[in-house]
Design a protein around this ligand. Structure first.
Ligand SMILES: [Ca+2]
Ligand SMILES: [Ca+2]
Length: 478
């Protein structure tokens, strides 16, 4: 997720002609030293042909509207802007985006975005490149495609994505919308995420493409979306892995804008490599800033159909709300009277993340959670039940019984995995003693009705791994 919180316009700074390394830091530049002075004459000749679409495979039903094959010897400022942003501008990212051909440059037919680690006065900093086509190539609808190879290493987050030409048209993020075509975490380079952000409150729709063979950091792959009025489809190497047609935008307190807003305005393309921050986590001792830290973009191509029919209607959302049992309880296997798999998505599920270690067993009408390592996050040791129905405007009583073998804290919550993990019932510390106690909470559901909320018991990072016993978990509409 790439929050774009401020409307900072792109700044055009360096030019190719001024490419005498404008702010060459004393940083060693390893193999990158050998400049890309590869037969400039031949390069110049090949460029117009490629730009004219000679070697470009045009998908059926489309025509080419713009492409950059990166065949020149510098990034064309007729087409691209360098964006500059300070450290921590969004998502607690660590890099400074600097307008310099040191961090985003064209070489050997590719755009290279190169994050660099800078040690200065005992402090570590990072610089990286971010370029976009805002006000130079903005398009409404089309097929947006790039062939690229991603960096490898903990803390890198490369992205090929799109933002509106005019972020103020529907209002600042997330109201304006955002389309992420490729995001691959540097420490998990077989998995690509394609994501749509929109709404107010923020909602997202994400598809995941797992590479069964190869690695996004070892070979080039083609990432694309096909965006039409009322539908966006995500592709990797020609395989569709996600689609979405249900979105909205509104200003808080006002009516929703007419569908298919906000995805009915021109968007531009962005390419960048972030370093650190909320999602990828920060670089660690294993992270190497060498040529494998770079993103290599062979091309960006944009195609459109001859016409698009914008007369589309918002799909009617079909909710699948779980029924309660005869006592009014929406929780399945509420009293742990049935044994069940704790590894599947049906009813109870036990999860471990980020160093959490432990196990859960059902028996004698209770569930027992033993942990040997509390992990680094509250959710590192977690018992959950998904598919919980929460209806807007309703009040619920959420209750359970619990004790621990030594006094300790756990944190129950009711969350929204499909609505950006908002909390219908916030993570609430509950102090367990060595005796059974009943805990009861009132939950008012003010958000939009959700058929897939999730009850959670978070037991990680509580300064204790004492064994927890839970029984009689209930959610009842009042
Ligand atoms: Ca190329
Ligand atoms: Ca289960």
């Amino acid at each position: 997720m790439l929050l774009s919180i401020l409307a900072v316009s792109a700044m055009v700074l360096t030019g190719c002609q001024g490419a005498a390394a404008p702010q060459s830091s004393p940083q060693p530049v390893e193999e990158k030293k050998e400049e890309a002075v590869v037969e400039p004459a031949a390069e110049e000749e090949s460029e117009p042909a490629a730009e004219a679409g000679a070697d470009i495979d045009i998908p059926a039903g489309y025509h080419l509207v713009w492409a950059d094959e990166f065949d020149g010897d510098c990034l064309s400022e007729d087409d691209w802007n360098y964006e500059t942003h300070e450290v921590g501008w969004v998502n607690h990212e660590l890099q400074e985006y600097v307008a310099s051909d040191e961090y985003a440059y064209v070489r050997d037919g590719e755009l290279v975005i190169r994050p660099v680690k800078i040690e200065k006065g005992g402090l570590t900093g990072y610089r990286s490149g971010r370029v976009n086509t805002q006000n130079k190539h903005d398009y409404k609808y089309g097929r947006f495609e790039a062939r690229l190879k991603v960096p490898r290493g903990k803390g890198f987050l490369p992205a090929f994505w799109m933002m509106p030409k005019d972020e103020d048209y529907y209002g600042q993020w997330p109201k304006c919308g955002e389309i992420d075509i490729m995001e691959v975490l540097g420490d998990s380079t077989k998995v690509n995420y394609g994501t749509l952000h929109f709404g107010e409150p923020h909602k997202q729709s994400q598809g995941v493409y797992d590479l069964t063979k190869g690695d996004f950091a070892d070979e080039y792959h083609v990432f694309a979306i096909e965006w039409e009025p009322g539908e966006i489809r995500w592709y990797c190497d020609g395989t569709q892995y996600h689609q979405e047609n249900d979105w909205f935008t509104k200003v808080s307190g006002e009516e929703e804008k007419a569908y298919p807003a906000p995805f009915d305005q021109p968007f531009h393309v962005i390419l960048n490599v972030a370093v650190g921050g909320d999602w990828p986590g920060d670089p660690d001792a294993s992270t190497v800033f060498d040529e494998h830290a770079c993103m290599y973009v062979d091309y960006v191509r944009i195609f459109q159909k001859d016409s698009y029919d914008e007369n589309v209607e918002k799909p009617v959302k079909e909710l699948s709300m779980r029924e309660s049992d005869e006592s009014g309880n929406f929780v399945h296997n509420s009293d742990f009277s049935e044994s069940e798999s704790l590894g599947d998505d049906d009813d109870w599920k036990f999860l471990l993340f980020n160093g959490g270690e432990g196990e859960a067993t059902i028996g004698d009408n209770e569930i027992i959670i033993t942990s040997t390592n509390a992990g680094t996050e509250e959710y590192s040791v977690q018992l959950v039940q998904p598919q919980i129905p929460m209806e807007q405007g309703c009040s619920y009583e959420f209750s359970f019984e619990a004790y621990a073998e030594e006094p300790r804290t756990i944190k129950p919550a009711i969350t929204a995995p499909n609505v950006n993990w908002i909390r219908y019932f916030p993570d609430t510390p509950v102090d367990l003693t060595t005796d059974w106690q009943t805990f009861t909470f009132d939950v008012d559901m003010n958000d939009e009705t959700d058929d897939s909320a999730r009850i959670e018991f978070n037991m990680g990072k509580q300064n204790s791994t004492a064994t927890v016993h839970i029984r009689n978990v209930k959610l009842i509409k009042k």
